[in-house]
Design a protein around this ligand. Sequence first.
Ligand code: HEC
Length: 304
Amino acid sequence: MADAAGLPGTLLFLAAALALLSVALSPSAAAAQANQAEIARGKYVFGATGGCGCHTEPGKGRPVNAGGRKIDAPFGTVYATNITPDRETGIGGWTDEQIIGATRLGRRPNGERILPVHPFGSFNGMAEGDLKALVAFLRTLPPVKKPNQPKKITVPLFESVFLPAWLAAFAVSEKPPAAAPTSGVARGEYLVKAVGHCGECHTPRTRFQALDNGRFLAGNPTGPENSEVPNITPDKETGLTWSVDEIAYYLASGNKPDGDVVGGIMGEVIYGNVAGYKDMTKADLTAIAQYLKSIPPVRYKIGK
Ligand code: HEC
């Protein structure tokens, strides 16, 4: 009898205890949820950069963001750095502010300058919220212990002549924009210039290897990894004549209107590691295409 009477009492007690527990847990549950949303947003931003592909060695099964990718530049050879959360060889020991500073200002926590091979001149325009989300996402990727390889500078006057010219050409703004445009051509411009850093490959360079932004997106006959990078300004003869939908579909799939498929480094940024351009929303890809249609056409023939 005592047991039968005690059961509902026990259940009531349990229910009350559970209710109390869930009240006690809910603030941290909400925080965890907010953090999940932040990480998801960061993954989206990561994709919109093309998946930070330079930081992953090409080839199947290479650890994401562990660096080591060899990049030949006119002044020598650099190796992309380890940006996994490993504390010793990666960026796991850096604060959010330090990671954001390296990303958009090109400065390491120890004050060292990062060469503009890392596109901080473009990422400088990324909005604060996007950068914070990106860092939250980077911290969720597996840490990989892999020491960075030192750069090999072969041009004698590099540090005294070229680097100052570069840094002047890539003059950065200290404070990031507070918010990113959310729609339309302004959104497309933001994604092209700041996040997708399309100009780093698609804009020709001066003899100091700085971006020749007077010919923004007019193509580069000698782009990264010896790629011929096409002119994507709307010039009728030498530029991109695809429709808005065709451009958006290409960025989503790699498929060109003529049935051909993207190759090389453009394929890398479309497909990405973990995420790439293909993972952007249709609205964002359309905004990019609309922006490309709106920029001044530049006559500049790339290739035969
Ligand atoms: C890492 C260098 C790199 C980046 C970054 C890059 N591209 Fe490209 N892009 C290329 C190369 C190389 C090709 C040629 C690909 C091929 O031959 O299949 C190309 C091709 C294209 C084409 C096809 C043009 C044609 O006539 O075939 C379009 C459109 C394009 N890119 C748009 C963009 C946009 C928009 C962005 C930024 C959101 C971007 N690209 C970022 C290197 C890059």
